[in-house]
Design a protein around this ligand. Structure first.
Ligand code: OGA
Ligand code: NI
Length: 349
C-alpha cells in the first residue's frame, strides 16, 4: 500500500482512507483510566536500596516508569529537541532524500511502521538512526540541520550512560550482580527513533503507533513536554503517561522480559495523535549485540518450572520482529518454550 511522509507541510483536512482503522480497532479514549499514573523514580535519591526496590516494583507491575534527576543534562536534552524539530521542518524534498521503507537500513526517514507489511497506516513519520559506535554511524546521519551530528551525538552519549545505570539497578532488583544484565547483553547497540506525529484531522479513527511491545532491551523515551499521547496497558486498561518536566520515560523491552524469565514485563503501549498540535518524541533503544544469547540466569528459573522462553540470539529475534506487523501480537510469544516438554525432562516435582 502506498504511503509517504505526512510531515510534508500540507495540513490534511480529512484522514486518508488508508489510515482509518476498522471500527473494532479504534482507540476508545473514554476507556482510558484517568486515575492511574506510572511511577516516578528519583535517581538522585541517596538510598540505593530504595531506588532498587522502586525500579523492581515498577518493572514487575507496569513495565514502565519515569525517572527524574537522571544525570542527562538539560542542555543535551534541549539541543536534541531543538535539532529534531528543525529536521522535521525541512522542506519535503530535502527529507525525502533520506526516505526508505527498508528496515535493515541503519539510517532512514520513514513513515507509519512497516509500510510494506501493514494493512492500515499509522499517523507517524520517523527518523531512525543507529547510534553506537558513534564513529561508525555518525557519518551517514543527516548533514542538515548543520548542528544535527554534534547535538545528537552528545545526547546519545549521555543517554547511554543513563541506560547503563538503569541496567545496574535492574540487575540488582532481580537479585543479580550489578553487571549481570550488561554481561548478557554484550556490546549493546543503540538506536534512535525521532517520532513526529503531525496534527491529525480525525484522531479518533487512527493511531500514531498502535499497541505494540518494544523488541529491544531497554527504551529511554523523551516525550514531548507539551503534548501527551503515550498510553500503556495495565491489567487490560490503558493508562496515560502524562509528560513530566525533566523526566525520561523508561520501559522494559522484550529482551529484558526474556532475560528476567518473565518477571519483568515488556508491556503493550500505543500513541494517540492530536487534532491541533504536532507531537514529537525521541526514543533511544538499547539492544543486545547481534550475537548475544538471550538466556535467563539460573537463579531466575525457579519461579515456575524452568525457562519460559527458549534461548535465542538477538539477531534472530530482530529479524522475526521486522517480518511482522507491529500490532500482530507479542513477538516474544513465538519464542516460548513448550512447557510440558521442559517439565518432563528437567523437573523432579
Ligand atoms: C516507540 C514508542 C512512544 C512515543 O517509538 O516505540 O513507543 O511516545 N514511542 O512516541
Ligand atoms: Ni514503543
Amino acid at each position: 500500500m502506498e504511503a509517504k511522509v505526512i510531515s510534508g507541510g500540507t495540513r490534511f483536512t480529512s484522514l486518508p482512507r488508508s489510515y482509518v482503522r476498522p471500527e473494532s480497532e479504534r482507540p476508545r479514549l473514554f476507556e482510558v483510566s484517568a486515575f492511574e499514573h506510572v511511577p516516578i523514580i528519583d535517581l538522585g535519591c541517596n538510598d540505593r536500596s530504595r531506588v532498587v526496590r522502586q525500579v523492581g516494583d515498577a518493572c514487575r507491575v507496569y513495565g514502565f516508569f519515569q525517572v527524574i534527576n537522571h544525570g542527562v543534562s538539560t542542555e543535551a536534552v534541549e539541543r536534541m529537541q531543538e535539532v529534531a524539530a528543525e529536521f522535521f521542518r525541512l522542506p519535503e524534498e530535502e527529507k525525502m532524500k533520506l526516505y526508505s521503507e527498508n528496515p535493515t537500513k541503519t539510517m532512514r526517514l520513514s513513515t507509519s511502521f512497516n509500510v510494506k507489511k501493514e494493512k492500515v497506516h499509522n499517523w507517524r513519520d520517523y527518523l531512525r538512526l543507529h547510534c553506537h559506535p558513534l564513529e561508525k554511524y555518525m557519518e551517514e546521519w543527516p548533514a542538515n540541520p548543520p548542528t544535527f551530528k554534534e547535538f545528537v551525538s552528545n545526547y546519545c552519549r549521555e543517554v547511554r550512560c543513563l541506560g547503563y545505570r538503569l541496567e545496574e539497578l535492574i540487575s540488582e532488583s532481580l537479585g543479580l550482580e550489578k553487571d549481570a544484565v550488561r554481561n548478557i547483553l554484550g556490546e549493546q547497540g543503540q538506536h534512535m527513533a525521532v517520532n513526529f506525529y503531525p496534527p491529525c484531522p480525525e484522531p479518533e479513527l487512527t493511531y500514531g503507533l498502535p499497541g505494540h511491545a518494544d523488541p529491544n532491551a531497554l527504551t529511554i523515551l523523551l516525550q514531548d513536554l507539551h503534548v501527551a499521547g503515550l498510553q500503556v496497558l495495565k491489567y487490560g486498561k490503558w493508562v496515560a503517561v502524562d509528560p513530566h518536566p525533566n523526566a525520561f520515560v523508561i520501559n522494559i523491552g522484550d529482551q529484558l522480559q526474556a532475560l528476567s524469565n518473565g518477571r519483568y514485563k515488556s508491556v503493550w503501549h500505543r500513541t494517540m495523535v492530536n487534532a491541533d498540535k504536532p507531537r514529537m518524541s525521541i526514543a533511544s533503544f538499547l539492544c543486545p549485540s547481534d550475537d548475544a544469547l538471550i538466556s535467563s540466569p539460573v537463579s531466575l528459573l525457579y519461579n515456575g518450572c524452568g525457562p519460559t522462553y527458549r534461548d535465542f540470539t538477538y539477531a534472530e529475534y530482530y529479524k522475526k520482529f521486522w517480518s511482522r506487523n507491529l500490532d500482530q501480537g507479542h513477538c516474544l510469544e513465538l519464542f516460548k518454550n513448550r512447557k510440558r516438554k521442559w517439565h518432563e525432562s528437567n523437573c523432579n516435582f
